[in-house]
Design a protein around this ligand. Structure first.
Ligand SMILES: *Cc1c(COP(=O)(O)O)cnc(C)c1O
Length: 479
């Protein structure tokens, strides 16, 4: 028996257990009730001061006291993004199963960076990455991937690989990247971070369905080549954040092949459709070189779980590892992958284990059913909105997003924009359903993203009924 030093509060598992046993039922109760409380909870000024006034002392405080502060002052003042009637951004559809997986992983805290230190974790995560890559349609034997903190890091990681595969160091300032006017802002941010000038990012126009226009893309590439640029990367989106639009994947693949460019597909939000009953929507995604796919969006994971997958793991390793022997090693066999050779981070948590646990625990059938609900609810919203002439469907239900607005013939465009703003504010004021506005084709619209499978049909009906009441309350129509 090794004698251990028990002097430290820091290192007492028994105390940790007691604390968790005490706090766990309270936290579970809170989460179970999240659909029945205010969604938005701004931090009042006095409470803000209270947080600032909590000193860092020489002496310890009791767990009870500190946790009380955390609950009453810190966590209480957050937007309950996991309320099923929070429809903005991409909501947090937090599954308790994912929390269990993350908690178990936190206990063991395996070193996520290397195979050497955590062989079991490395093999399990690589198996999961292979499986996800297989859903994309990539050849499993060659693919590489990595769990990262989110879609932004996934997009950045893939873009760096694209840069290194397609450009020489001396050509950086000539390299051009092609996105659409609907591409997520994290893409351009990543491109700048990796040293490509802002001016070399081409925002290609989208059509009436908010898809990138392939002809315009091609024309822009041709023009850039004529002007001495080196087009090297196309970023398509499978599920835009605004409208759920999927870019024409086959056409993007044709163009990237014709010009020997890298094709990255940002599926941070939409790639989860691969596991739904609507997989065919993503046909062609298998022709891309890399994809991003968030676990913390439509796979119901807690924040900090996403993947980047490259069709060719050697390309990832060429970028993030300098050792030629290693490259030969992993060519034939991926069983001893060190994740630190596949991306930017060295020490990292095993971000994928919660998803591994989730898929094992609930099975694919349930995942499919949970994702399908998101499709169904967006479609149901659209059906209900279509019943009134004063609703314009600005973008129909695509994946789990629908965009609409109130419209009539008596108000100017500017006035209509203000009215729709007002309608969003009225819901926020009631604080039982949150749908913020976004701008599409210069119009202010109400955006609904329905990935949370806890939302019921009745819930959808209630939201539409309240919106209609708001419209009546503004004197715009009679109910
Ligand atoms: C959310 C999102 C991102 C960014 O992902 P994070 O996980 O927030 O970093 C990128 N692209 C798309 C399409 C997204 O919806």
């Amino acid at each position: 028996m090794t004698k251990t030093n028990h002097d430290f509060t820091l290192f007492q598992w028994g105390e940790a257990e007691k604390t968790l046993q005490k706090i766990m039922p309270i936290m579970v109760e809170e989460q179970m009730n999240v659909a029945n409380i205010d969604i938005i909870n701004p931090l009042p000024e006095d409470k803000q001061q209270d947080i600032k006034d909590i000193p860092f002392l020489e002496e310890p405080r009791s767990a009870d006291e500190v946790i009380q502060d955390m609950r009453d002052l810190v966590y209480k003042y957050r937007t309950m993004q996991n309320n099923p009637k929070f429809f903005s951004f991409i909501p947090l559809a937090l599954s308790p199963i994912s929390v269990v997986g993350e908690t178990i992983n936190a206990f063991y805290s395996p070193y996520g960076g290397s195979h050497t230190l955590s062989q079991g974790m490395a093999v399990a995560e690589k198996r999961l990455l292979n499986w996800m890559g297989k859903q994309v349609g990539y050849p499993v034997k060659e693919l590489g991937g990595l769990f990262v903190s989110g879609g932004s890091m996934a997009n950045l990681t893939a873009s760096i690989v694209a840069r290194d595969e397609k450009l020489k160091d001396t050509e950086l300032y000539k390299g051009t990247v092609y996105v659409s006017d609907q591409t997520h802002s994290s893409v351009a941010k990543g491109i700048r971070v990796m040293g490509i000038p802002n001016a070399n990012i081409r925002k290609v126009k989208t059509n009436e369905r908010f898809q990138i226009i392939p002809e315009d893309l091609k024309r822009q590439i041709e023009q850039d080549k004529k002007d001495g640029y080196i087009p090297f990367l196309i970023v398509g989106t499978a599920g835009t954040t605004n409208t759920g639009t999927i870019d024409p994947l086959h056409q993007l693949a044709d163009i990237s092949e014709a010009y020997d460019m890298w094709l990255h597909i940002d599926g941070a939000y939409g790639a989860s459709a691969l596991l739904s009953s609507h997989r065919e929507l993503l046909d062609g995604i298998e022709r891309s070189d890399s994809i991003s796919w968030d676990g913390h969006k439509w796979l119901f994971q807690s924040y900090g779980c996403a993947v980047v997958i490259c069709k060719d793991r050697q390309a990832m390793a060429r970028t993030f590892n300098e050792n030629p022997e290693y490259l030969t090693d992993i060519k034939s066999d991926d069983s001893n992958i060190n994740f630190w050779d596949m991306g930017i981070e060295l020490t990292a948590p095993a971000r994928g284990m919660r998803l591994w646990y989730t898929l094992q625990r609930v099975g694919l059938k349930e995942m499919r059913r949970a994702i399908d609900v998101g499709f169904d609810n967006a479609a149901y919203f659209e059906t209900l909105f279509k019943q009134e002439d004063y609703f314009e469907i600005v973008s129909p239900a695509q994946l789990s997003i629908v965009n609409i607005r109130y419209t009539d013939k008596h108000h100017s465009e500017e006035e209509l924009n203000q009215i729709n703003h007002k309608l969003s504010e009225m819901a926020t004021e009631r604080n039982d359903a949150i749908y913020y506005t976004t701008t599409l084709n210069g119009k202010t619209v109400l955006r609904f993203c329905t990935i949370n499978p806890l939302l019921t049909k009745e819930g959808v009906e209630d939201v539409v009924a309240n919106l209609k009441k708001d419209i009546a309350a503004l004197g715009l129509v009679k109910l």
